[in-house]
Design a binder for this molecule. Structure first.
Ligand code: CP
Length: 305
């Protein structure tokens, strides 16, 4: 049995197979409408979510399966003191596969140690968000036609942004990608990403503090929200939250085929005047999240049609 806890739990071949399956689902939805008939997905969300939880649920429904679960710790027996391990063991009696989000880094991994069914990490603290990464990869593949040979700018909260950490880890295994890390000094990527991913693999990267100085170099810009919920000090959040606001004026020097991605939710970091720009991919990205989660559920349940 396989779980998905970290993006590197999947080989490059397995990722490419999941993306190909997602594209086949997009092209022939009817073929997959009963693929998971009589299967159940449990969504255990100990932290708020709109896209991840609802796209997982929509994904299972579109595969002909059923969903159950909870959307906050308060509405589960966690509020009475039940451990993550006991929760997972119990839910495994009722569901065939579990998608779990938790504020504590490593909680889904802990759950996977005791689980009788596949566990999918739907976001653990500021650590990883591997299904957002699959969503991002499918979006890049559909928008650019490839997963290699481009320059990507990652902008915003690179310290706490788990989607950034997972995306860098996954992309580091593809060829010819240059990374431009755009953040205030306080929100730079964690040191382990610099040493264990970039330096260890001789990957080209640079760190800058403004998007204007690099905009004309980028094929992709991946905007992120400053992660209010991870700050210890509200004054620091207020000082940093609007450091980057991508608007039409900042796109003047951008490439005509730039792809603008954002895992969402957005707060202020992309002005709504960018939404009508054909280069804005973030709502197409949200839709891709449903299809790639359909492909992932089928893969982990070893379902074929
Ligand atoms: N991208 C993402 O994880 O969004 P949600 O927090 O709404 O699930």
């Amino acid at each position: 049995m396989k779980h998905l806890i970290d993006p590197t739990d999947l080989t490059v071949q397995e990722i490419d197979d999941i993306l190909d399956l997602a594209i086949d689902i997009i092209n022939d939805k009817e073929k997959y409408q009963d693929a998971c008939k009589r299967k159940k997905l449990a969504t255990l969300f100990f932290e708020p979510s709109t896209r991840t939880r609802l796209s997982f649920e929509a994904a299972m429904m579109e595969l002909g399966g059923n969903v159950l679960g909870f959307s906050s710790a308060d509405s589960s027996s966690t509020a009475k003191g039940e451990s993550v391990g006991d929760t997972i063991r119990t839910v495994g009696c009722y569901a065939d596969i579990i998608a779990m989000r938790h504020p504590k880094e490593g909680a889904p991994l802990l759950g996977s140690f005791v689980s009788d069914v596949p566990i999918i990490n739907a976001g653990d603290g500021g650590h990883n968000h591997p299904t957002q990464t699959l969503t991002d990869l499918l979006t890049i593949k559909r928008e650019k036609g490839r997963l290699n040979n481009f320059t990507i700018g990652l902008c915003g909260d690179l310290k706490f942004g788990r989607t950034v950490h997972s995306l860098i880890k996954a992309l580091s295994r593809y060829e010819g990608i240059k990374y431009v890390l755009i953040s205030p000094n306080e929100l730079r990527v964690p040191e382990y990403i610099i040493t264990e991913v970039f330096k260890k693999n001789n990957i080209e990267y640079k760190e800058v503090t403004t998007m204007e100085e690099v905009m004309d170099e980028l094929d992709i810009i991946y905007m992120t929200r400053v992660q209010k919920e991870r700050f210890f000090n509200e004054a620091d959040y207020i000082r940093l939250k609007d450091t980057y606001i991508l608007d039409k004026s900042k796109l003047k020097t951008a490439k005509p085929d730039l792809s603008i991605l954002h895992p969402l939710p957005r707060v202020n970091e992309i002005s709504t005047d960018v939404d009508s720009d054909p280069r804005a991919c973030y709502f197409r990205q949200a839709l891709n999240g449903k299809y790639v989660r359909m492909a992932l559920i089928m893969t982990l349940l070893e379902v074929t049609v």
